[in-house]
Design a protein around this ligand. Structure first.
Ligand code: CP
Length: 307
């Protein structure tokens, strides 16, 4: 099925061959951009970008990406639009659909991006909700393929707080045939409904999906170690949670428990020396800045295919 006109909100809505198409397109667009070959595939198209939360990577990569594709992206914040004065998401979606060819949104509640998709008549892209971060994981899988040559049967271990990033890893990496382990303290396990959905995907795609409470056992034999901040945007810092998560810090000792050629990933921004040490973040296993760059290439592929 064509991806044209589809919303890009939840990786679980996609089949493996569809995510494969996005990754192949991303590799191709990245090659073209590096060689300076023109690829203005969205000439004259406009993307509305709604940011309810702050962003560095998502904002810049979508805006620059659309410019490289010959189109135009508009940054919309609640305070700069009528969203801040209570205009509904539904009305906003209908109005933006009359001007723009796509809508990208970074929101708090997942229901906000789902509502946009319900009322919009153009494709809606999830640029992060409290539940999921699908664009991030497409960029991550692009990065893993660049460094490892493939995805299937590789082991990725996410260590730390279960959040929107780990939720999308459990979906996207499983669909693409990776074995996924979540290493988290028991109190910060993935939510049961997200885990159940990911287990169904794991059965469908014949992969393994595990939750492990010992960080060293979690990363044993890992090809990829992945982490994220202990406190997501909008969450209050909490001493007890920090104490529970500190044993899951990605440091040299933890990395030594994985495969020798393990790569270390972080979606950024990082709280250095909290969830990841300087020595790992700046060390030989780290691919975090390739990963950040690949937000640009992966999202250009999503934009081209859905718009
Ligand atoms: N990883 C990520 O989404 O970064 P930003 O919050 O800077 O967009």
């Amino acid at each position: 099925m064509s991806l044209k006109g589809r919303h890009f909100i939840d990786l679980a809505d996609f089949e493996r061959y569809e995510l494969r198409r996005i990754l192949d397109t991303a590799h191709d667009l990245k090659r073209k951009q590096k060689r300076g070959e023109p690829h203005e595939l969205l000439k004259g198209k406009s993307l509305a970008m709604i940011f309810m939360k702050s962003s560095t990577r998502t904002r810049v990569s979508f805006e620059v990406g659309l410019t490289q594709l010959g189109g135009h992206a508009l940054y919309l914040s609640p305070s700069g639009t009528q969203l801040g004065r209570g205009e509904t998401i539904g009305d906003t979606a209908q109005v933006l659909s009359r001007y723009c060819d796509g809508i990208m949104a970074r929101v708090y509640g997942h229901n906000e991006v789902a509502d946009l998709a319900k009322y919009a008549t153009v494709p809606v892209i999830n640029g992060l909700s409290d539940l999921l971060h699908p664009c991030q994981i497409m960029a991550d899988m692009l990065t893993i393929e660049e460094h490892k040559g493939n995805l299937q049967r590789l082991k990725i271990t996410y260590v730390g707080d279960s959040n929107n990033v780990s939720n999308s890893i459990m979906q996207g990496c499983t669909i693409m045939g990776m074995d996924v382990t979540i290493g988290s303290p028991k109190k910060h396990d993935p939510s049961p409904d997200i885990l159940k959905k990911a287990q169904e995907l794991s059965e469908k795609y014949d992969t393994t999906l595990e939750v492990e409470h010992d960080p060293h056992k979690a990363v044993a034999n890992a090809d990829v170690i992945y982490t994220d901040t202990f406190f997501s945007m909008g969450q209050e810092r909490d001493k007890k949670k920090e104490e529970a998560l500190m044993p899951f810090q990605v440091n040299d000792d933890l990395v030594a428990s994985a495969k020798q050629d393990v790569i270390v990933m972080h979606c950024l921004p990082a709280h250095r020396n909290e969830e990841i040490t300087d020595s790992v973040m700046d060390g030989k296993h780290s691919v975090v800045f390739d990963e950040a760059e690949n937000r640009l290439h992966a999202q250009k592929a999503i934009l081209v295919l859905v718009m």
